[in-house]
Write a protein that binds this ligand. Sequence first.
Ligand code: GLC
Length: 665
Amino acid sequence: MKNLNRLLLLFIFLFQLQSSKAGKPADKMEWWKEARFGMFVHWGLYSIPAGEWNGRKTKIGETTEWIQCYMKIPVADYKPLVAQFNPTQFNADDFVLLAKEAGMKYIVQTAKHHEGFAMFKSSDPFNVVDATPYKKDIVKAMADACKKYGMHFGLYYSQAQDWNHPGGAACSGHWDAAQEGSFDKYLDDVAVPQIAEILSAYQPEILWWDTPCEMTRERAAKFAPILAKYPNLIVNNRLCEGIPGDLETPEQFIPATGYPGKNWESCMTMNGTWGYGANDHNWKSSEVLVRNLIDIASKGGNYLLNVGPTSLGLIPGPSIERLKEVGAWMKTNGEAIYGTTASPFRRLDWGRCTIKKAGGKNLIYLHVFDFPKDGILWIPGLSSKVNEAYALKNRNTKLQVEPAGNYLKINVSKVEMEKFATVIVLETSDEVVVYNAPEINAEYSIFIDKASFKLTTDIPNCVIRFTTDGSIPTNESTVADVTNTISAPSSFVVKALCFRKGKAISGLAEKSISKEEPVSGVVVQQTKPGLQYSYFEGIWGQLPDFSVLKPLGKGIAQSIDLTMKKRNADYGIVFTGYLIVPETGVYQFYLSSNDGSKMIISEKTLSNDGLHGMEEKSMDIALTKGLHPIEIQYFQAGGSDDLKLEWKTKGKDRIVIDKSYLLHQ
Ligand code: GLC
């Protein structure tokens, strides 16, 4: 019976998630889509060590809110930080007013991060009100201030990692007996009750889950009865792998083409860490921050930009400075961000575009990053008639617009260039229609003697014509085939345009394809199957110089995997040997790892270094038939570990490199 009930709850839960994915209740995402720009606040006990413990500093890539895990700090040493937590200078109004000044429309604050410390009054004693000299509820103060100033409010809650409650450290691997325990019991005793507490006490509009490792659908369903009470709550996609939630959450990057048809939010730090880092002075410039916001909006997403307050409760000075500068830009140009949708242009050489409908008009916002020196801004492939053009900063001065074939020329010579980006508005009465440049897809970016590429377009009723001699295609140029194969004596550039009734209508596509001499292999005698490996242990934020380190183990690996590791974190492996290249040709290698890795083949390097989740990097290389020296370096800091090396040979799908191609001496 109990099982039946649980199953029923699971179904209700999944059904709700499904319907919320389909956009129900109808408009819960409306304000969020209009907002486009929010503030992330990472604040907890970790603001006290601020990236340094017992004289050891966090390295680049080691974010300070993870300090307990990186430095394997025992529970009994970390929890007493509560006695020092007394942010007497904290004023929630200052946070909200700064966010407002920056043009941000919502705040997402960490209610509890992986350290397990609640920044709110909780029935669990490890909380700001009951355990610290400060004694005041920080989440409540922020929620109240947000309400007072009309700022939307959301809460981050780390459901799947909690290093200071027994059972909660399952996903990061324990380093202290005090962390042992059942993960399910931790969920039942801590996470589920705390979610009930924060949702009812502070009524956030967003619930921001994190690091869903160890979460299963059954475990996620434990939260279902509570979530069911808040149909308007926006939840992200990090509750549990496979449960989509309401939004995608790319972290520290802007997806190349956004997530068409989905809601998404890029969260990013201003320096290199989420929590306050006393030693991290690597601040992004205000220009980068503004352009990130524009880039994200032009791809249809939101920007959640982080601040990490100090243990006294102050936002660091460099963050304040930058947010004010972003705000100054937003004051004039916010209209080109709020409530806009993704750019209809696939690419604009000089900047980005956002669009919106307002007052019966279609508005095209051109965000100019590289202001044209000759004062002429070229707009490719826009077929809608432009009624009016002006700069947002000076709406009354209308700009001259002149069609020039498949381009529109806008005279911006009188426009005063702005810091970060200048926004030019085009108003049209009809729907915005853009004829984008055709796409050029080459199987490889290099060739040895013959290059082949495909030209495609989604423009109806048009002919694609191309050149390979550097000239702009005309109505006489070669018509593209399904696949175009060219034998060329040297590197060349493909240029392509779409033509209708003899006239070019699209933007221009260009792609360079370079000719390369294949790299020769080596002659080696007496090879044996597999690669040699060396195993190391150490704490790194990027690949160390393994050649100066002493390996803790050596052996032969039949394939490129991590089976020889002796623990789950803070280790490194170097594989060396030879790769059998079956025939002379171009090969594409894909190296994926979590954390960093690099591959060196015949002295060419493919780097995938740094601390990151499973990430892929690829490289094209021309190789002769025979044996090629290969080396793969890998390191793992924490979280999950993985390493994969695939290749793609001509006309075939990519596959993991089979062990039969690996040799050593
Ligand atoms: C992460 C981290 C983290 C940070 C965050 C923001 O994966 O664990 O410390 O809170 O996500 O996206």
